[in-house]
Design a protein around this ligand. Structure first.
Ligand SMILES: Cc1cc2nc3c(=O)[nH]c(=O)nc-3n(C[C@H](O)[C@H](O)[C@H](O)COP(=O)(O)OP(=O)(O)OC[C@H]3O[C@@H](n4cnc5c(N)ncnc54)[C@H](O)[C@@H]3O)c2cc1C
Length: 368
Protein backbone atom coordinates (compact mmCIF):
# COMPACT_ATOMS: atom_id res chain seq x y z
CA UNK A 1 0.00 0.00 0.00
CA UNK A 2 1.21 3.49 -0.81
CA UNK A 3 0.50 6.52 1.40
CA UNK A 4 -0.03 9.56 -0.78
CA UNK A 5 0.49 13.19 0.18
CA UNK A 6 0.95 16.59 -1.45
CA UNK A 7 4.41 16.99 0.06
CA UNK A 8 6.89 14.55 1.60
CA UNK A 9 9.50 15.99 3.94
CA UNK A 10 12.63 13.95 4.64
CA UNK A 11 14.11 14.86 8.03
CA UNK A 12 12.55 15.51 11.41
CA UNK A 13 14.93 18.20 12.67
CA UNK A 14 14.00 21.85 13.15
CA UNK A 15 14.11 22.39 9.37
CA UNK A 16 11.78 19.57 8.39
CA UNK A 17 9.37 19.99 11.30
CA UNK A 18 9.31 23.79 10.87
CA UNK A 19 8.57 23.44 7.15
CA UNK A 20 5.85 20.87 7.88
CA UNK A 21 4.23 23.28 10.35
CA UNK A 22 4.11 26.06 7.76
CA UNK A 23 2.99 23.79 4.92
CA UNK A 24 0.39 21.89 6.90
CA UNK A 25 -2.33 24.57 6.80
CA UNK A 26 -2.45 24.36 3.00
CA UNK A 27 -1.16 20.91 2.04
CA UNK A 28 -1.28 17.28 3.03
CA UNK A 29 2.19 16.68 4.50
CA UNK A 30 4.09 13.59 5.66
CA UNK A 31 7.46 13.92 7.44
CA UNK A 32 9.78 10.90 7.37
CA UNK A 33 12.41 10.70 10.12
CA UNK A 34 15.05 7.96 10.47
CA UNK A 35 15.27 8.13 14.24
CA UNK A 36 12.59 7.13 16.72
CA UNK A 37 12.19 10.75 17.88
CA UNK A 38 12.39 14.13 16.18
CA UNK A 39 15.34 16.46 16.80
CA UNK A 40 17.94 13.82 17.69
CA UNK A 41 20.77 15.13 15.51
CA UNK A 42 21.99 18.75 15.01
CA UNK A 43 18.74 20.22 16.37
CA UNK A 44 19.06 18.46 19.72
CA UNK A 45 22.76 19.31 20.10
CA UNK A 46 22.96 23.05 19.52
CA UNK A 47 24.27 25.78 21.78
CA UNK A 48 20.74 27.22 21.74
CA UNK A 49 21.70 30.83 21.30
CA UNK A 50 20.34 33.60 19.08
CA UNK A 51 23.03 35.95 17.81
CA UNK A 52 21.78 38.54 15.38
CA UNK A 53 25.24 39.39 14.04
CA UNK A 54 26.32 35.79 13.46
CA UNK A 55 27.06 34.75 9.90
CA UNK A 56 27.41 36.48 6.53
CA UNK A 57 25.13 39.26 5.25
CA UNK A 58 22.46 36.80 4.04
CA UNK A 59 22.43 35.08 7.42
CA UNK A 60 22.20 38.39 9.25
CA UNK A 61 19.14 39.27 7.17
CA UNK A 62 17.58 35.89 7.99
CA UNK A 63 18.43 36.30 11.70
CA UNK A 64 16.76 39.73 11.79
CA UNK A 65 13.67 38.47 9.96
CA UNK A 66 13.37 35.52 12.36
CA UNK A 67 13.74 37.52 15.56
CA UNK A 68 10.12 38.76 15.94
CA UNK A 69 8.67 35.24 16.09
CA UNK A 70 11.36 34.02 18.46
CA UNK A 71 11.00 37.10 20.67
CA UNK A 72 7.22 36.93 20.97
CA UNK A 73 6.23 33.32 20.32
CA UNK A 74 4.27 34.55 17.27
CA UNK A 75 1.51 32.19 16.19
CA UNK A 76 3.35 29.24 17.79
CA UNK A 77 3.21 30.14 21.48
CA UNK A 78 1.93 32.67 23.99
CA UNK A 79 5.42 32.96 25.45
CA UNK A 80 8.70 34.01 23.82
CA UNK A 81 11.27 31.41 22.80
CA UNK A 82 14.09 33.80 23.77
CA UNK A 83 15.41 34.84 27.19
CA UNK A 84 18.06 37.52 27.74
CA UNK A 85 21.67 36.35 27.89
CA UNK A 86 24.07 38.74 26.15
CA UNK A 87 27.33 37.73 24.51
CA UNK A 88 30.79 39.05 25.22
CA UNK A 89 33.38 38.85 22.46
CA UNK A 90 36.85 39.00 23.96
CA UNK A 91 40.15 39.55 22.19
CA UNK A 92 43.52 38.59 23.57
CA UNK A 93 46.78 40.04 22.19
CA UNK A 94 46.87 39.34 18.44
CA UNK A 95 43.09 39.02 18.11
CA UNK A 96 42.29 42.76 18.00
CA UNK A 97 41.84 42.57 14.21
CA UNK A 98 39.31 39.73 14.57
CA UNK A 99 37.31 41.83 17.01
CA UNK A 100 37.41 44.83 14.67
CA UNK A 101 36.17 42.72 11.72
CA UNK A 102 33.31 41.41 13.89
CA UNK A 103 32.40 44.93 14.97
CA UNK A 104 32.52 46.10 11.34
CA UNK A 105 29.02 46.14 9.95
CA UNK A 106 27.55 44.64 13.13
CA UNK A 107 24.30 45.94 14.48
CA UNK A 108 23.99 46.74 18.20
CA UNK A 109 27.46 45.68 19.36
CA UNK A 110 29.04 47.97 21.95
CA UNK A 111 32.66 48.16 23.00
CA UNK A 112 33.35 47.42 26.65
CA UNK A 113 36.62 47.74 28.55
CA UNK A 114 38.51 44.63 29.66
CA UNK A 115 37.60 45.52 33.26
CA UNK A 116 33.90 45.67 32.37
CA UNK A 117 34.20 42.32 30.60
CA UNK A 118 35.79 40.76 33.69
CA UNK A 119 33.05 42.22 35.88
CA UNK A 120 30.44 40.46 33.72
CA UNK A 121 32.29 37.11 33.53
CA UNK A 122 34.24 37.11 36.80
CA UNK A 123 36.50 34.10 36.10
CA UNK A 124 37.85 35.75 32.94
CA UNK A 125 41.57 36.44 33.33
CA UNK A 126 42.20 40.23 33.25
CA UNK A 127 45.66 39.58 31.79
CA UNK A 128 44.10 37.71 28.83
CA UNK A 129 41.66 40.38 27.63
CA UNK A 130 42.97 43.34 25.65
CA UNK A 131 39.69 44.40 24.02
CA UNK A 132 36.05 43.36 24.20
CA UNK A 133 32.58 44.00 22.85
CA UNK A 134 29.13 43.13 24.12
CA UNK A 135 26.12 42.06 22.10
CA UNK A 136 23.34 42.70 24.61
CA UNK A 137 20.64 41.36 22.29
CA UNK A 138 22.12 37.81 22.17
CA UNK A 139 19.59 35.52 23.79
CA UNK A 140 19.05 31.91 24.82
CA UNK A 141 16.64 29.97 22.60
CA UNK A 142 14.35 27.34 24.09
CA UNK A 143 15.04 24.93 21.23
CA UNK A 144 12.98 22.02 22.48
CA UNK A 145 9.92 24.18 23.02
CA UNK A 146 10.35 25.71 19.56
CA UNK A 147 10.67 22.29 17.91
CA UNK A 148 7.66 20.94 19.82
CA UNK A 149 5.63 24.04 18.94
CA UNK A 150 6.32 23.46 15.23
CA UNK A 151 5.43 19.77 15.66
CA UNK A 152 2.20 20.64 17.46
CA UNK A 153 1.16 23.05 14.72
CA UNK A 154 1.98 20.48 12.02
CA UNK A 155 0.02 17.68 13.74
CA UNK A 156 -2.88 20.00 14.59
CA UNK A 157 -3.20 20.77 10.87
CA UNK A 158 -3.19 17.08 9.99
CA UNK A 159 0.46 16.50 9.05
CA UNK A 160 1.87 13.06 9.84
CA UNK A 161 5.31 12.75 11.41
CA UNK A 162 6.52 9.18 10.88
CA UNK A 163 9.45 8.21 13.12
CA UNK A 164 11.78 5.22 12.57
CA UNK A 165 11.31 5.75 8.83
CA UNK A 166 14.67 6.17 7.06
CA UNK A 167 14.10 7.03 3.41
CA UNK A 168 16.12 4.31 1.71
CA UNK A 169 14.85 4.29 -1.88
CA UNK A 170 13.71 7.40 -3.74
CA UNK A 171 12.42 7.32 -7.31
CA UNK A 172 10.39 9.60 -9.56
CA UNK A 173 7.80 8.27 -11.99
CA UNK A 174 4.92 10.05 -13.67
CA UNK A 175 5.64 13.33 -11.89
CA UNK A 176 5.51 11.71 -8.46
CA UNK A 177 8.28 10.97 -5.94
CA UNK A 178 8.04 7.47 -4.43
CA UNK A 179 9.91 6.99 -1.17
CA UNK A 180 10.44 3.71 0.62
CA UNK A 181 10.87 4.30 4.33
CA UNK A 182 10.46 2.02 7.34
CA UNK A 183 8.88 -0.74 5.27
CA UNK A 184 6.20 1.54 3.75
CA UNK A 185 5.93 3.45 0.49
CA UNK A 186 5.04 7.14 0.37
CA UNK A 187 4.27 9.19 -2.73
CA UNK A 188 3.93 12.91 -3.46
CA UNK A 189 4.73 15.30 -6.31
CA UNK A 190 7.00 17.39 -4.05
CA UNK A 191 9.86 16.12 -1.93
CA UNK A 192 11.45 18.46 0.64
CA UNK A 193 15.01 17.46 1.44
CA UNK A 194 15.54 18.58 5.05
CA UNK A 195 17.91 15.77 5.98
CA UNK A 196 20.58 17.95 7.65
CA UNK A 197 24.04 16.39 7.34
CA UNK A 198 22.52 13.67 5.14
CA UNK A 199 20.90 16.04 2.61
CA UNK A 200 23.45 15.22 -0.12
CA UNK A 201 23.00 11.49 0.58
CA UNK A 202 19.25 11.90 0.12
CA UNK A 203 19.83 13.83 -3.13
CA UNK A 204 22.11 11.11 -4.47
CA UNK A 205 19.53 8.47 -3.54
CA UNK A 206 16.98 10.46 -5.54
CA UNK A 207 19.34 10.71 -8.54
CA UNK A 208 19.79 14.45 -7.96
CA UNK A 209 23.21 16.14 -8.11
CA UNK A 210 24.48 16.88 -4.58
CA UNK A 211 24.77 20.47 -3.32
CA UNK A 212 28.37 20.02 -2.12
CA UNK A 213 27.35 20.08 1.55
CA UNK A 214 30.07 19.51 4.13
CA UNK A 215 29.14 18.43 7.66
CA UNK A 216 31.55 20.03 10.16
CA UNK A 217 31.74 18.49 13.60
CA UNK A 218 31.32 20.77 16.59
CA UNK A 219 31.87 19.53 20.16
CA UNK A 220 30.77 20.77 23.54
CA UNK A 221 31.29 19.90 27.18
CA UNK A 222 29.43 20.69 30.37
CA UNK A 223 31.64 21.81 33.27
CA UNK A 224 30.43 22.32 36.81
CA UNK A 225 30.08 25.97 37.84
CA UNK A 226 33.32 27.24 39.37
CA UNK A 227 33.28 26.88 43.17
CA UNK A 228 31.21 29.60 44.84
CA UNK A 229 29.97 31.09 41.53
CA UNK A 230 26.39 31.48 40.42
CA UNK A 231 26.81 31.58 36.65
CA UNK A 232 23.11 31.96 35.86
CA UNK A 233 23.27 35.63 34.89
CA UNK A 234 26.67 35.55 33.16
CA UNK A 235 26.74 36.31 29.43
CA UNK A 236 27.90 33.88 26.78
CA UNK A 237 31.57 34.40 26.01
CA UNK A 238 33.40 33.86 22.74
CA UNK A 239 36.99 34.40 21.73
CA UNK A 240 37.29 36.99 18.96
CA UNK A 241 38.87 34.44 16.60
CA UNK A 242 36.14 31.90 17.56
CA UNK A 243 38.56 29.30 18.84
CA UNK A 244 36.37 28.53 21.89
CA UNK A 245 33.19 29.73 23.48
CA UNK A 246 31.39 29.30 26.79
CA UNK A 247 27.83 29.73 27.91
CA UNK A 248 25.90 29.26 31.16
CA UNK A 249 23.68 26.22 30.87
CA UNK A 250 21.28 25.25 33.67
CA UNK A 251 23.62 26.54 36.40
CA UNK A 252 26.75 25.03 34.81
CA UNK A 253 29.04 26.11 31.99
CA UNK A 254 28.92 24.76 28.47
CA UNK A 255 32.28 25.13 26.73
CA UNK A 256 32.95 24.41 23.07
CA UNK A 257 36.29 24.21 21.25
CA UNK A 258 34.40 25.80 18.30
CA UNK A 259 35.81 22.96 16.19
CA UNK A 260 34.93 22.63 12.51
CA UNK A 261 36.31 19.28 11.38
CA UNK A 262 34.85 18.01 8.09
CA UNK A 263 33.35 14.53 8.53
CA UNK A 264 31.01 12.12 6.77
CA UNK A 265 27.38 12.37 7.93
CA UNK A 266 27.06 10.22 11.05
CA UNK A 267 25.77 10.18 14.64
CA UNK A 268 28.53 12.50 15.87
CA UNK A 269 30.55 12.19 19.06
CA UNK A 270 33.43 14.34 20.33
CA UNK A 271 37.07 13.41 19.72
CA UNK A 272 38.92 13.41 23.06
CA UNK A 273 41.91 15.36 21.70
CA UNK A 274 39.79 18.04 20.03
CA UNK A 275 37.82 18.55 23.22
CA UNK A 276 40.93 18.56 25.42
CA UNK A 277 42.72 21.11 23.21
CA UNK A 278 39.63 23.32 23.11
CA UNK A 279 39.19 23.19 26.86
CA UNK A 280 42.86 24.11 27.18
CA UNK A 281 42.36 27.20 24.99
CA UNK A 282 39.36 28.19 27.13
CA UNK A 283 41.33 27.57 30.33
CA UNK A 284 44.10 29.95 29.15
CA UNK A 285 41.53 32.75 29.25
CA UNK A 286 40.27 31.94 32.77
CA UNK A 287 41.52 32.34 36.31
CA UNK A 288 40.21 28.91 37.38
CA UNK A 289 41.30 25.57 35.92
CA UNK A 290 39.02 23.01 34.29
CA UNK A 291 38.84 20.23 36.86
CA UNK A 292 36.03 18.03 35.58
CA UNK A 293 33.91 17.44 32.49
CA UNK A 294 30.43 16.29 33.45
CA UNK A 295 29.37 15.27 29.95
CA UNK A 296 30.20 16.04 26.37
CA UNK A 297 28.65 15.70 22.95
CA UNK A 298 29.13 16.67 19.34
CA UNK A 299 26.86 17.54 16.46
CA UNK A 300 27.21 18.31 12.78
CA UNK A 301 26.87 21.82 11.40
CA UNK A 302 26.40 21.37 7.68
CA UNK A 303 27.56 24.06 5.28
CA UNK A 304 27.47 24.85 1.57
CA UNK A 305 30.66 26.25 -0.01
CA UNK A 306 29.48 29.86 0.55
CA UNK A 307 28.18 29.11 4.07
CA UNK A 308 24.66 30.18 3.10
CA UNK A 309 21.72 27.76 3.35
CA UNK A 310 20.24 26.24 0.20
CA UNK A 311 16.49 26.74 -0.02
CA UNK A 312 14.44 26.23 -3.17
CA UNK A 313 13.48 23.84 -5.95
CA UNK A 314 16.34 22.10 -7.69
CA UNK A 315 16.62 23.60 -11.19
CA UNK A 316 17.42 20.17 -12.64
CA UNK A 317 15.03 17.86 -10.74
CA UNK A 318 11.29 18.40 -10.88
CA UNK A 319 9.62 18.66 -7.47
CA UNK A 320 12.88 18.26 -5.53
CA UNK A 321 13.11 21.00 -2.89
CA UNK A 322 16.26 21.80 -0.91
CA UNK A 323 16.08 22.99 2.71
CA UNK A 324 19.61 22.34 3.90
CA UNK A 325 23.03 23.82 4.68
CA UNK A 326 21.86 25.84 7.70
CA UNK A 327 25.33 25.50 9.27
CA UNK A 328 25.49 27.00 12.76
CA UNK A 329 22.35 29.07 12.31
CA UNK A 330 19.54 26.56 11.69
CA UNK A 331 17.66 27.13 14.94
CA UNK A 332 17.71 30.89 14.88
CA UNK A 333 16.78 31.13 11.20
CA UNK A 334 14.07 28.45 11.33
CA UNK A 335 11.17 30.93 11.59
CA UNK A 336 11.98 32.59 8.28
CA UNK A 337 13.38 29.55 6.45
CA UNK A 338 10.36 27.37 7.27
CA UNK A 339 8.02 30.09 5.97
CA UNK A 340 10.11 30.55 2.86
CA UNK A 341 10.10 26.80 2.20
CA UNK A 342 6.30 26.77 2.50
CA UNK A 343 5.87 29.85 0.29
CA UNK A 344 8.02 28.38 -2.47
CA UNK A 345 6.50 24.88 -2.27
CA UNK A 346 3.00 26.34 -2.39
CA UNK A 347 3.89 28.74 -5.26
CA UNK A 348 3.21 31.77 -3.08
CA UNK A 349 5.18 34.99 -3.19
CA UNK A 350 7.79 35.35 -0.45
CA UNK A 351 8.17 38.73 1.21
CA UNK A 352 11.95 38.27 1.35
CA UNK A 353 13.94 40.55 -1.00
CA UNK A 354 14.91 39.10 -4.38
CA UNK A 355 18.71 39.27 -3.78
CA UNK A 356 18.30 37.22 -0.60
CA UNK A 357 16.17 34.64 -2.44
CA UNK A 358 18.90 34.45 -5.09
CA UNK A 359 21.58 33.99 -2.43
CA UNK A 360 19.63 31.03 -1.01
CA UNK A 361 18.62 29.48 -4.32
CA UNK A 362 20.07 26.10 -5.41
CA UNK A 363 20.58 27.69 -8.83
CA UNK A 364 23.60 29.58 -7.43
CA UNK A 365 25.50 26.41 -6.56
CA UNK A 366 28.46 25.41 -8.67
CA UNK A 367 27.84 21.68 -8.67
CA UNK A 368 30.10 18.86 -9.71
C1 LIG B 1 27.29 22.10 18.73
C2 LIG B 1 26.32 22.87 17.88
C3 LIG B 1 25.94 24.15 18.27
C4 LIG B 1 24.99 24.85 17.52
N1 LIG B 1 24.55 26.04 18.01
C5 LIG B 1 23.54 26.71 17.35
C6 LIG B 1 23.00 27.88 17.91
O1 LIG B 1 23.38 28.31 19.00
N2 LIG B 1 22.02 28.54 17.19
C7 LIG B 1 21.56 28.07 15.99
O2 LIG B 1 20.68 28.69 15.39
N3 LIG B 1 22.06 26.92 15.45
C8 LIG B 1 23.03 26.23 16.12
N4 LIG B 1 23.54 25.07 15.59
C9 LIG B 1 23.10 24.65 14.26
C10 LIG B 1 21.74 23.98 14.27
O3 LIG B 1 21.70 23.02 15.29
C11 LIG B 1 21.48 23.34 12.91
O4 LIG B 1 21.67 24.29 11.87
C12 LIG B 1 20.05 22.81 12.78
O5 LIG B 1 19.72 22.01 13.88
C13 LIG B 1 19.90 22.01 11.51
O6 LIG B 1 18.60 21.46 11.53
P1 LIG B 1 18.20 20.34 10.48
O7 LIG B 1 16.77 20.02 10.73
O8 LIG B 1 18.61 20.77 9.13
O9 LIG B 1 19.17 19.10 10.82
P2 LIG B 1 18.99 17.91 11.88
O10 LIG B 1 18.51 18.39 13.18
O11 LIG B 1 20.25 17.13 11.86
O12 LIG B 1 17.82 17.07 11.24
C14 LIG B 1 17.99 16.29 10.08
C15 LIG B 1 17.19 15.02 10.30
O13 LIG B 1 17.13 14.28 9.08
C16 LIG B 1 17.08 12.92 9.43
N5 LIG B 1 17.44 12.13 8.26
C17 LIG B 1 18.64 12.09 7.65
N6 LIG B 1 18.59 11.22 6.59
C18 LIG B 1 17.33 10.73 6.58
C19 LIG B 1 16.67 9.79 5.74
N7 LIG B 1 17.30 9.18 4.70
N8 LIG B 1 15.37 9.50 6.01
C20 LIG B 1 14.71 10.09 7.04
N9 LIG B 1 15.31 10.98 7.87
C21 LIG B 1 16.59 11.30 7.63
C22 LIG B 1 18.06 12.80 10.60
O14 LIG B 1 17.83 11.65 11.37
C23 LIG B 1 17.81 14.11 11.34
O15 LIG B 1 16.91 13.94 12.42
C24 LIG B 1 24.46 24.32 16.32
C25 LIG B 1 24.85 23.04 15.91
C26 LIG B 1 25.75 22.31 16.69
C27 LIG B 1 26.11 20.92 16.26
Amino acid sequence: MTTTADILVIGGGIAGIGAAARLSGSANVVVLESEDVIGRHATGRSAAIFIKNYGNASLRALNAASEPLLATGGDLSDTPFLTPRGELVVATAGEEGDLESYLDGSDGLERVTPAEAVAMFPILNPEYVVAAALERAAQDIDVDRLLQAYARMARHNGARVVASAPATRITRTGGVWQVEAGGETYAAPILVNAAGAWADTVAERAGVRPAGLVPLRRSAAILPAPEGCDVTGWPALVSASETWYAKPEAGKLMVSPADEDPVEPHDAWPEDMVLAEGLHRYEQAMTVPVTRVERSWAGLRTFTADRTPVVGFDPEADGFFWLAGQGGYGIQTSPVLSRLAADLCLSQTSDLPAPLLAALSPARLARA
